[in-house]
Design a binder for this molecule. Structure first.
Ligand code: NAP
Ligand code: GDD
Length: 331
């Protein structure tokens, strides 16, 4: 009998890569989709017919109980969230409802339906915020700098608490930034690679950015979903930092992306103070030693390969369907 997995956030970047991985491994894969006036299935179109989709929402406890009861998964990956940091200042209450209490709802639903279900919670390096040590490990104290980061700290500790209170197999993966051609267009990597492709193809002349000095530890989403799966295959539930251990500035990202397309970034990049954040996370760099040691996980794609892969994908997409996605410089 094949194992069953339920993914919340299956329509998102990570959900789609995780669904690919689990389908390849022979899992029966189900995903949660929330009601919207227009379908948002572009990342999982290639999987339709091989996965099951169920309506539910992190805001609605009964819908979560219902989907978990229907699917009866062995593994539940809670990837759904409001994941764009700037939006969390515009909608702090909703961010807390989704990202903090939404996790409590998922854990309660699991406890009620079947406490043997193994749960993965998508935690974030944003929890480290104004970092207390370099590099950051599983033991580094948190200092979140946005309503998003604060909501993820709650979610992390409620996951740990349910593990300790009710003996749930609940793990928290503290993942550093990870990107791909399926990344949302508003995040800086994709905004840059989409912008480069538009400029190269004559569809735009410039791209506007905020803080070019911020540094992140960027990896490839396809590598990171493998770590999620590994965490749920261990004998004991635990928390892990997943990162490359290398950081780069936004400026490096820009240089590599424009350079790959044969463009001089200084001619095309504008800076816009409106894109600066009320409180910035200046420098994230993770120490993935524990994951390497215990999960035998290592990333396969480095920063340059990631950025050039994304530029190539945007060039290919825009060469065939130039108006598929709105111009990123509106964010
Ligand atoms: P994403 O592309 O923004 O996807 C988020 C997913 O959550 C989408 O499927 C979205 O559905 C769903 N969702 C949002 N609100 C929901 C609700 N109320 N009920 C049900 N579903 C809801 O994010 P991602 O990059 O794949 O990230 C996945 C998870 O990892 C998130 O929890 C994120 O915070 C966390 N994380 C991401 C990174 C990273 O660098 N990517 C790093 C650390 C942690 P719609 O398609 O309907 O909007
Ligand atoms: N989005 C965006 N747009 N970011 C910009 C821009 C811009 O025009 N210009 C500079 N940046 C800087 C931001 O100020 C930030 O320091 C950095 O680029 C990365 O921004 P994002 O790509 O939006 O990602 P993030 O680091 O805020 O959050 C992502 O990673 C977290 C893990 O650390 C998201 O995926 C979160 O969901 C995730 O938890």
């Amino acid at each position: 009998m094949s194992r069953r997995a339920l993914i919340t956030g299956i329509t998102g970047q990570d959900g789609s890569y995780l669904a690919d991985l689990l389908v390849d491994k022979g899992y029966e894969v189900s995903g949660v989709v929330r009601r919207s006036s227009a379908a948002n299935l572009w990342r999982i179109e290639h999987l339709l017919g091989r996965i099951h989709l169920h309506p539910a929402d992190l805001l609605d406890q009964l819908s979560l109980i219902k989907v978990i009861d229907e699917v009866r998964p062995h593994e539940l990956y809670n990837l759904a969230a409001m994941s764009f940091v700037p939006a969390s200042w515009d909608q702090p209450m909703l961010t807390g409802e989704f990202n903090a209490q939404g996790v409590t709802r998922v854990l309660e639903a699991v406890r009620q339906v079947d406490p043997a279900i193994r749960v993965y919670q998508a935690s974030s390096s944003e929890m480290f915020g104004k970092v207390r040590e370099i590099p950051q490990t599983e033991l580094t104290p948190f200092y979140p700098r946005s309503p998003y980061g604060v909501s993820k700290v709650f979610a992390h500790y409620i996951t740990v608490n349910y593990r300790e209170s009710y003996d749930l197999f609940a793990v928290s993966g503290i993942l550093f930034n990870h990107e791909s051609p399926r990344r949302g267009i508003e995040f800086v990597t994709r905004k840059v690679t989409d912008g480069v492709a538009r400029i190269k193809l004559g569809l735009a002349d410039s791209v506007s950015l905020g803080n070019l000095d911020a540094q992140r530890d960027w990896g490839f989403a396809g590598d990171y979903v493998r770590a999620m799966w590994l965490m749920l295959q261990q004998e004991r539930a635990d928390d892990y930092v997943i990162a490359t251990g290398v950081s780069h500035a936004v400026r490096d990202l820009v240089e590599i992306a424009f350079g790959h397309a044969g463009l001089d970034w200084k001619k095309h990049v504008r800076t816009d103070p409106k894109l600066l954040r009320p409180a910035e996370v200046d420098h994230l760099i993770g120490d993935p030693s524990k994951a390497k040691r215990q999960l035998e996980w290592t990333p396969a794609v480095d920063f340059t390969a990631l950025v050039t892969m994304m530029v190539d994908a945007d060039l290919a997409r825009l060469s065939t369907e130039p108006r598929h996605i709105a111009n990123a410089s509106t964010w």
